[in-house]
Ligand binder design. Structure first.
Ligand SMILES: C[C@@](CO)(OP(=O)(O)O)[C@H](O)COP(=O)(O)OP(=O)(O)OC[C@H]1O[C@@H](n2ccc(N)nc2=O)[C@H](O)[C@@H]1O
Ligand SMILES: Nc1ncnc2c1ncn2[C@@H]1O[C@H](COP(=O)(O)OP(=O)(O)O)[C@@H](O)[C@H]1O
Length: 294
């Protein structure tokens, strides 16, 4: 049985569009979105411990170990495996622990789903190392307890999502290149969703309305209007990137992106990004790099 899994990617997602179609009784918003995986990622390293401790071996400024989604994901998985083993074996099950290292590349509060992706990678890697035997569906249900974006990363394919993001249908998306700009602000998701100015009644669309290569994949992001009003930096980045094409915000921001059909077009845009902003080029991926673990 392997004891370590190193260099496990936790890729970013882009919301190619994001419509808010309603609100649930618990306050969570009903969405329709297209999730696109891209090859810009955090890197996680896992080492099995024989005791049942979960330790984060690298510090993430601003994220205490106990609230790190990676640590919370590992604990949740431990509990789920313990519950499953007691049903199956009915005997002495000894839970394992893990040391987890995180190389954080994805900006936090960026709308790239970094924390959620880290959590999903942790569930996939530790389920494998601990030989937990949980199915993809079981892991997705666990992931939803950690955040609305987590099931998508476990689903492992680009998707049309509904509900709060947990109802997923696989969708083939164009093989595009993206330039992503971090406009220098961090936007907590709840600030945008709790705004009285948020449009919550966009008319639902059908997945069959989409086809590869049409502009329909790139509808609007309902969260963008609220974000640009409160954060002029986001408006400025969208305006600048708009010189190269259809620029928009991903998720609840703050990052903005623009799609290109050719890599050299993305390179040209990236080269001229003003120096006050961090920016990256990323390629569309069809599948999560760890999909094979499940
Ligand atoms: C907006 C999206 C779009 O993909 O992405 P991000 O911008 O965060 O990456 C997601 O729906 C975010 O998912 P995630 O970041 O996992 O959100 P959660 O931790 O579950 O929720 C954070 C807070 O946002 C609000 N929230 C979140 C999702 C949703 N469908 N409705 C909501 O109202 C709730 O107030 C919740 O307390
Ligand atoms: N491993 C983690 N990586 C990033 N953020 C984390 C992590 N664990 C917990 N968080 C918390 O989740 C928040 C949202 O982070 P992130 O997922 O990167 O942004 P977004 O939801 O905008 O895509 C962070 O501000 C941070 O407080």
């Amino acid at each position: 049985m392997p004891r370590t899994l190193n260099n496990c990617p936790a890729p970013a997602k882009l919301n190619l569009f994001l419509h808010v179609t309603g609100r649930r009784a618990d306050g969570y918003h009903l969405l329709q979105t297209v999730f696109q995986l891209v090859d810009f990622n955090d890197l996680l390293h896992f080492e099995v411990r024989d005791d049942d401790l979960i330790r984060r071996s690298t510090d993430i400024p601003g994220v205490p170990e106990q609230s790190d989604l990676v640590v919370r994901a590992a604990r949740l998985l431990q509990t789920a495996i313990r519950a499953k083993s007691s049903v199956v074996a009915g005997s002495a099950y000894k839970p394992l622990g893990a040391n987890i290292g995180i190389e954080k590349n994805l900006p936090m509060g960026g709308g790239l789903g970094g924390g959620s992706s880290d959590a999903a990678t942790t569930l996939m890697a530790l389920n494998h190392l601990w030989q937990g035997g949980l199915s993809r569906e079981e892991l997705m249900a666990l992931g939803l307890q950690l955040g609305a974006d987590v099931p998508f990363f476990l689903f492992g394919r680009n998707a049309f999502a509904e509900g709060i993001g947990e109802s997923l249908q696989k969708l083939d998306t164009p093989r595009l290149w993206f330039v992503i700009i971090q406009p220098g602000v961090t936007i907590p998701t709840e600030i945008i969703f709790s705004s009285s100015e948020l449009t919550r009644s966009t008319k639902p669309v059908k997945m069959t309305d989409f086809s590869i290569g049409t502009k329909k994949l790139f509808g609007k992001n309902d969260l963008e209007a609220v974000a640009v009003k409160q954060f002029p930096e986001v408006a400025e980045a969208i305006k600048w990137l708009g010189n190269y094409g259809d620029a928009r915000m991903t998720g609840s921001g703050a990052c903005v992106f623009c799609a290109f059909t050719e890599e050299h077009q993305a390179d040209a845009a990236l080269k001229s990004v003003p120096s006050q902003w961090k920016a990256w080029k990323a390629k569309a991926m069809q599948e999560h790099p760890l999909a094979g673990l499940l």
